[in-house]
Write a protein that binds this ligand. Structure first.
Ligand code: C2E
Ligand code: CA
Ligand code: CA
Length: 576
């Protein structure tokens, strides 16, 4: 017999005997395939049927009495609103064959005689059950229960057909996502949330041109296929923001829920609708968490960025195993004496397919997926190995700073891990600095302070990176155990302007007053360097002295170019 379609669902056959006399053991025949519920007409079979209704796939009437008793029984079953949908099979004597038409008219789906082969009885029963189940899945699953809109699958199929059948039309896919529904549900109860969805569903169901088709895409997401007519571009605001505001605020009285929209205009007719919607979702992703951004428009660059991210993620582990990551070192020099004071380790990815990749492309991806900890660990170990090699070869080394990410500190063994690596390589902790950024300290500040304090007490120096960029909080300077503050490139770039110079000067003085040294980043010109000299900065890092160098080139730099430069005077040109 055929395979069961829903192996997880119990299928039961309800056998109703019209007399107590057992003429054929149907329960035995069906019990190999189905659960059996067996009763006689003398029992209260309607209530037994209702009790087991969800599990029952078919009713078999073992017709051992007159045809009229059978018809009467069937009519009773079919007059019940719930039981009506259950298919009924009558199995009776050959003599009953002449009543077959009456049976069928009363609602029986199939009549078989007792002389039918057992295998035929089973096959016909299975076919009938399958027919009912597929008919049910067709009707039940087309619509979303709460909103009454098409569900995702039904929407995709229908929208795809509409777009394919109307190749001359331009269409737009709009995905709307509710922001704040979780809090709304928590505050007002799930039924209020459902009511909200229902109202949106009602609006979309009744909306006319340019709305073509609407569906519930997923939890708090709705999807609409719109026709792109001449007024569309001008109307987009009223179609999205104003209308949603009206539904939420005026009609339902909800204040704290906002809707974000992703629009995929001029959708391509030959791309599957599921792919089109996935792309719209990628666009939506770009404005999530960005306050005030309500509409995201899909552009191909969003897809290429996404694909790039996917490529990065699929090849990152292999990259580490196959040594595709390289550590570069960017020198830091004393702004007054020109002496080499240190270097910063910066990761590079030499990808066999995509070539040399900038950390700006892959670090954010790694920070997102957690792989950054592996990379930072690699940079730390590699730097320890290099320092050991250079020291052993008698090369005079300088402290090297290594960037640390938020995720590094989630690992409670951070200190043990770095300390073990440097001890193993016999590198004095004073030669290793840890660069941290303020964003690290948004949460779990106490744990972070305690880990960094442990590092500092053991001789590692702590540098605060990117000071003055983004949302600097001066408070960070007093909370963190720090040794050095790195002035962000943006502060350095701005020092041509008098006011910015005052800000820069105040930052340097603040660091000094706290007993901290400064490194100014992104120094590209002599003018910048002289200003930093004048304002009392300590070290500088930037293209003026050197770009980040490969291990080999940095080794050379340590040997040759580390010569102390004379304090530079205006007009001196330094070769890069
Ligand atoms: P960052 O830590 O602020 O590093 C300084 C960045 O400025 C480096 O970019 C460097 O090449 C660049 N730079 C240096 N001098 C100049 C200059 O004079 N002008 C200009 N325009 N740029 C200059 P890079 O190497 O592309 O790194 C970008 C960022 O990636 C780094 O910013 C850091 O946040 C991150 N990063 C790099 N390597 C690592 C690493 O090993 N681990 C972690 N967690 N992050 C890293
Ligand atoms: Ca850095
Ligand atoms: Ca920096």
């Amino acid at each position: 017999m055929g395979e069961k379609k829903h192996p997880e669902k119990t299928r039961a056959v309800f056998i109703l005997k019209t007399t107590e006399d057992v003429l054929c053991a149907y329960s035995e025949i069906f019990s190999g395939e189905y659960d059996i519920i067996e009763t006689s007409k003398d029992e209260n079979y309607i209530s037994i049927l209702k009790k087991h209704f969800p599990d029952i796939s078919v009713i078999i009437i073992d017709a051992s009495s007159s045809a009229s008793v059978v018809t009467e029984t069937v009519k009773k079953i079919k007059s019940d609103d719930v039981l009506l949908s259950l298919p009924v099979i009558v199995i009776g004597d050959d003599s009953m064959a002449e009543s077959e038409e009456t049976f069928l008219m009363s609602g029986v789906s199939l009549f078989m005689t007792r002389t039918s082969k057992t295998s035929v009885v089973l096959l016909r029963t299975a076919n009938l059950i399958n027919l009912r189940e597929s008919a049910e899945s067709g009707t039940i699953s087309e619509y979303d229960e709460i909103t009454g809109l098409y569900n995702r699958q039904a929407f995709l199929e229908r929208a795809e057909k509409i777009v394919a059948d109307n190749s001359e039309e331009d269409y737009v896919i709009c995905i709307a996502e509710l922001d704040g529904i979780k809090v709304y549900n928590e505050k007002n109860g799930k039924s209020a949330g459902d009511e909200l969805f229902r109202s949106i569903g009602l609006f979309l169901k009744n909306a006319s041109d340019p709305y073509v088709l609407a569906g519930r895409f997923a939890g708090d997401q709705f999807v609409v296929l719109l026709k792109k007519n001449d007024e569309f571009a001008g109307n987009i605001y009223s179609l999205t923001i104003r209308e949603s505001d009206n539904i939420l605020k005026r009609d339902i009285g909800v204040e704290n829920i906002r809707i974000r929209f992703a629009l995929y205009e001029d959708i391509e007719h030959d791309i599957p609708m599921s792919e089109t919607c996935e792309r719209a979702l990628l666009a939506l992703q770009t404005i999530r968490g960005k306050y005030g951004k309500t509409i995201a428009r899909y552009e191909h660059s969003i897809l290429s960025e996404h694909r790039k991210k996917e490529r990065i993620e699929s090849s990152m582990k292999e990259a580490l195993e196959k040594n595709q990551f390289e550590v570069y070192y960017q020198p830091k020099h004393d702004v007054n004496t020109g002496e080499l004071t240190g270097a910063e380790a910066l990761i590079r990815w030499n990808h066999p397919e995509y070539g040399f990749m900038s950390p700006k492309d892959f670090i954010p991806v790694f920070e997102n997926n957690g792989f950054i900890s592996e990379v930072d660990n690699f940079v730390w170990k590699r730097t320890c190995q290099n320092l050991r090699k250079w020291i052993s070869e008698g090369i005079e080394v300088v402290p090297i700073s290594i960037n640390a990410s938020k995720l590094d500190f989630i690992n409670p063994d951070f200190f043990d891990k770095i300390h073990e690596a440097s001890t193993k390589m016999n590198v004095p902790p004073g030669l290793l600095h840890i660069e941290v950024t303020e964003s690290l300290f948004s949460d779990q500040i106490e744990e972070l302070v305690s880990i960094l304090t442990k590092c500092q007490k053991n001789g590692y120096k702590i540098e605060l990176d990117d000071f003055g960029s983004g949302y600097s909080s001066l408070n960070t300077l007093s909370i963190l155990p720090l040794d050095i503050v790195k002035m962000d490139m943006s502060l350095v770039k701005a020092i041509t302007n008098f006011k910015s110079m005052r800000v820069f000067s105040a930052c340097i003085n603040l660091a000094k007053s706290l007993g901290l040294k400064t490194v100014s980043e992104g120094v590209e010109t002599n003018e910048q360097m002289w200003t930093i000299q004048e304002l009392g900065g300590d070290s500088i890092q930037g293209y003026l002295y050197s770009k980040p160098l490969s291990e080999k080139d940095f080794e050379e730099y340590l040997k040759v170019k580390r010569v102390v430069r004379k304090p530079l005077s205006p007009g001196t040109v330094i070769s890069k």
